[in-house]
Design a protein around this ligand. Sequence first.
Ligand code: THG
Length: 266
Amino acid sequence: MFEVIGERINTSRKLVQAAVADRNADYIIDDVKKQQDAGANFIDVNAGARIGHEKEDMCWLLDTIQPIATVPLTLDSPDPTILEMAFLMVEKTPMINSISLEKDRFDTMMPFLEGKECKVIALCMDDSGMPISSDDIANRATALVESLNKIGIPTASIYIDPLVQPISTDVNKGTMVLNAVRAIKNSFPQVHITGGLSNISYGLPQRKMINRTFVTLMMDAGMDSAIIDPLDSKIMATIRTVDMLLGKDSFCMEYLKGVRSGMIQS
Ligand code: THG
């Protein structure tokens, strides 16, 4: 079944930033509990937005969240030193977000990840920037999977983020990433596909309509995880319904549970 990575503990969100600045643990604890109750399978923790404070903010967030976390954490930072510190602090084996093909990041992340059991998100990003075609995305995914396999990370622990780009800048950005996901899953049936979805709708109105329609297409292509807001009940209901329609929900049990709880409505 689809794995939801709850995105809300991110200091780029105003209320979270204020709670972190004020060391308001109750706010953070309440938010994490809500995400877990709504069905998050992982809780993403990103402390990157208060420049110069990432290290102590990440430490405080992890100390605050861990005692009440019932699911593993997704440690989210572009800075390998933050990820190393965070990795040592967590009790449950985390998901690392992320490695990429950008040389500096790749070269410091590889020795850190070598032999570790964690799950890892691998971005299809390199020093030339965002991918420009389906082949480009798929080739970067292949390079990431092969490098990670070499240091002992099994394909089933790798979550490829193909990097969704705004459809408002180029109407082909949807099919570009959809075709890439199909190609990646064809080469590596065991690999997971994840990522943020909301970039697809950047610059357009009624973004949630676009995001939840897009997740349906992405799931058909092979996406089996995403970094989203689990308190958005419409996207959660869509995801659960698509899982059923794609044959991932035996006897439609999870769908029926969602209907009975009121989470899924016409
Ligand atoms: N891939 C990977 N990791 C990621 C991303 C990705 N981590 C960060 C981000 N993208 C996903 N997380 C968030 C968290 C919060 C919001 C969006 C993405 C969010 N945004 C509000 C909005 O867009 O309207 C604005 C913030 C606010 O509330 O002020 O909430 O792609 N691997």
